[in-house]
Design a protein around this ligand. Structure first.
Ligand code: NDP
Length: 339
């Protein structure tokens, strides 16, 4: 039973093999492991998300998401299949989605309320349920519906546009008929954003965000996934009463840059509406609609997605670093087992 343990709190970027370690020493007898009223899950796919870095902290520091503990397996969103169950709500053979997957090939869980049985009527790859049809897709959909208030003629600027959140936002903004400016960190990612229909695409490493926004703006909607200088450039380029959707600030997750933004005073005069959010808080209002609409739209090819798949749990440590540094090309998933 391979697994990935949290080993050491990182100071800057996480390091595979040090921050996290792959451990193959544990054995689980699948036929006899005690379930104590719970169920045995075989992990098929695990999601690697930017917010996992925030869980790698001193556990005494409070945050919206609980910390990882050293010596214990990592946990995150995943999809798996139930092998055995002593809980009537979770039947053997069914596929489940949860944020409570352990980074283990097999694990026993007890809290059925944390697991959603996936019907997957559209017969999509299971990995989509941690990407475009899972938490990142929900982040894009829920916050766009809640905070964007798109108007005819609006211009939207989307950052990290090649990742699962940004790529979905680009497509929702295009469906609403907006002009979309989108940025990412490589020419290959720029091509992908173009294929999604974004009108103006650029590599922020070779072209200055402020220059592009000055040329193509002003902007009415800013989708922030990066913070820092980009946030600052968006404030400068904002139209009066622009909506800022503060989804993430990855440019500082690893302590590389300050969160400091110099031109906050413009928020007053421009009457900007700045909305930070945590996706879980939007589930009650938007999740049912999401599951009614998005998997079917993905199956029809109306919403496109790109995945960066790594085969085998032993690659989880590298994948975590890749997502923090931009080496991932699309939604980062670990394929732990095929079925
Ligand atoms: P991605 O797959 O887009 O991965 C993160 C990307 O961030 C990298 O690929 C990289 O892309 C970019 N990046 C890394 N470092 C920097 C930097 N210094 N400056 C600019 N860009 C950088 O991730 P997701 O689509 O899953 O998540 C996107 C954002 O959404 C994250 O900020 C995440 O924290 C946030 N989020 C927030 C949620 C919420 O509830 N508020 C829920 C889910 C996600 P590139 O090559 O383009 O630089």
């Amino acid at each position: 039973n391979g697994r990935v343990l949290f080993n050491e709190i990182p100071t800057g970027l996480p390091v595979a093999g040090r921050t996290t370690v792959y451990d193959a020493s544990q054995t689980i007898d699948l036929d006899s492991v005690p379930l104590n009223g719970g169920f045995l899950v075989k992990t098929l796919v695990l999601s690697i998300d930017p917010y996992m870095r925030g869980k790698m902290r001193d556990p005494s520091v409070k945050s919206y998401s609980p910390p990882y503990f050293t010596g214990e397996p990592l946990s995150n969103y995943g999809v798996g299949v139930i092998l055995r169950s002593e809980n009537a709500a979770v039947k053997p053979g069914s596929h489940v989605y949860s944020h409570a997957f352990l980074f283990q090939e097999y694990f026993v869980a007890n809290d059925a309320s944390a697991f959603t049985v996936l019907e997957n009527k559209e017969n999509l790859p299971w990995s989509t349920y941690v990407g475009v049809c899972g938490m990142p897709g929900q982040t894009a959909h829920h916050a766009w519906r809640e905070f964007a208030h798109p108007q005819k003629g609006d211009v939207a600027f989307v950052t990290t546009g090649a990742g699962p959140v940004g790529a979905t936002v680009i497509q929702l903004a295009k469906k609403d008929g907006l002009k979309v400016i989108a940025s990412a960190g490589s020419d290959e990612k720029v091509e992908f954003m173009k294929s999604l229909g974004a009108d103006v695409v650029f590599n922020y490493k070779t072209e200055k965000t402020a220059d592009v926004l000055q040329r193509e703006g002003p902007i009415n909607i800013y989708w922030d996934n990066v913070g820092g200088e980009t946030f600052e450039a968006a404030i400068d380029a904002a139209a009066p009463r622009a909506r800022f959707i503060e989804c993430g600030m990855i440019s500082a997750y690893n302590g590389q840059a300050p969160y400091y933004v110099k031109n906050l005073v413009l928020i007053v005069g421009k009457q900007l509406k700045i909305s930070g959010f945590i996706v879980m808080d939007l589930f009650a209002k938007h999740l049912a609609e999401f599951y009614r609409e998005i998997p079917a739209a993905v199956a029809r090819g109306e919403i496109k997605y790109l995945e960066d798949r790594k085969l085998g749990l032993e690659h989880a440590g590298e994948a975590i670093v890749d997502v923090q540094t931009g080496r991932n090309k699309g939604k980062s998933v670990i394929v732990v087992a095929q079925e």
